[in-house]
Design a protein around this ligand. Structure first.
Ligand SMILES: [Zn+2]
Ligand SMILES: [Zn+2]
Length: 365
């Protein structure tokens, strides 16, 4: 059990939202660090308490479990319970399995986890599977983001029966497989029996007399649908976009799985990517390198003028700040690095040859 927030605010467990707010204001005023007799530590505690108790949802969690989900997650306390919204879900999942009460949870710390995993996989309410697909985008689409339409074939909840698998208006009868018990028992080892959820009724113990004519009792239908995907600016080759709830439909009211879209980014003839920086190369002539010049350089944002100072060496890299790739889900952009290579002239004209001969004489002085 963590801190007693009610105690910190000096209120009863049944305090109304108004009373909580009043108590908070009074104490925050009293202990504010800027004030005479203030107390920073106490002030922090008061704020923490109010953040939980002042929020109806968090307060309910706190009342029920002695801490909020955020706190529990930070401590790793609830890790096994992810996937269930609250303990009533948890309890109903266990009700689906008649063996739950046979276990003494107190002494079965590890088995508990195993049981839980087992339970989640076979429970009546089953989460839909995750799906993976891929899209091809251009280099520039990866840089600036894009909207893409894909066709995805997957199981969707049947619209005729709303996923129940029962023909609308059909009578409900006792499940013939489990005779209404909701689970089937099998021996797994000497003297040990394991019960699992009935595969016919999914633990309900009942089933519709007539299966839904559209989905044939599956509760889901396989369909191909169009899906719009927002590709975020800055995404890199091989990264994936997660679309929550766009995977396979769950069964018996279970959540749908997620869809992962792996992004394949085409190479660009001009630009290379390194993290959030762009690299490109430009050749300049000996005279441009020696005397200096202004050259045009292609960037993601179009052509810009780059000043080449006199005496630039081959291999010199110029940094164009902020002209790189936008930080994925963040602010700002990387840089564009332009590597300059000095091109040694070939196939000289007569005049060029003469000038270079002159230069050699000068160099040799
Ligand atoms: Zn149906
Ligand atoms: Zn059954």
């Amino acid at each position: 059990m963590s801190k007693d927030y009610y105690n910190i605010l000096g209120i009863g467990k049944n305090a109304s939202p108004d009373e909580i707010k009043k108590a908070y204001r009074k104490l925050a005023h009293q202990y504010h660090p800027d004030k005479q007799g203030g107390d920073e530590q106490k002030f922090k505690e008061i704020n923490e308490a109010y953040q939980v108790l002042g929020n109806p949802e968090k307060r309910q969690q706190y009342d029920q479990y002695g801490q909020t989900f955020e706190q529990a997650k930070r401590q790793g306390g609830f890790s096994g319970f992810e996937g269930f919204r609250d303990f009533s879900d948890f309890a109903s999942a266990f009700r689906g399995n008649g063996s739950a009460q046979d276990f003494d949870f107190g002494g079965f710390g590890d088995i508990f986890g195993d049981l839980f995993g087992f339970q989640r996989g076979t429970g009546g309410r089953k989460r839909g599977g995750d799906l993976q697909t891929s899209i091809n985008i251009t280099f520039k689409e990866a840089v600036f983001g894009a909207e893409k339409i894909i066709n995805i074939t997957k199981d969707n909840v049947c619209t005729r029966c709303s996923g129940t698998g029962a023909e609308p208006g059909s009578k409900v009868v006792t499940c013939p497989t489990c005779h209404g018990r909701g689970n089937v028992v099998r021996s797994v080892a000497f003297g040990i029996q394991m019960s699992s959820v009935c595969p016919t009724c999914g633990g309900a113990g009942k089933k519709a007399e007539k299966n839904c004519s559209k989905c044939r009792g599956r509760g889901v239908v396989r369909e191909t649908s169009e899906l719009k995907i927002k590709v975020p600016a800055g995404i890199d080759d091989g990264q994936s976009i997660k679309l929550s709830g766009q995977g396979q439909a769950g069964s018996s009211g279970g959540r749908a799985g997620d869809l992962y879209v792996v992004v394949n980014v085409a190479k660009d003839a001009e630009f290379e990517r390194e993290g959030f920086d762009i690299l490109s190369r430009r050749e300049i002539s000996v005279s441009q390198a020696a005397l200096g010049d202004k050259i045009l350089v292609d960037t993601l944002d179009g052509r810009i003028k780059l000043k080449i100072p006199a005496g630039t060496q081959s291999g010199k890299v110029f940094v164009l700040r902020g002209l790189g790739i936008p930080h994925l889900h963040g602010r700002g952009r990387g840089n564009h690095l332009v590597e300059i290579n000095v091109k040694t002239p070939t196939n000289l004209s007569r005049r060029q040859k003469e000038l270079l001969e002159e230069l050699r004489k000068e160099d040799g002085r």
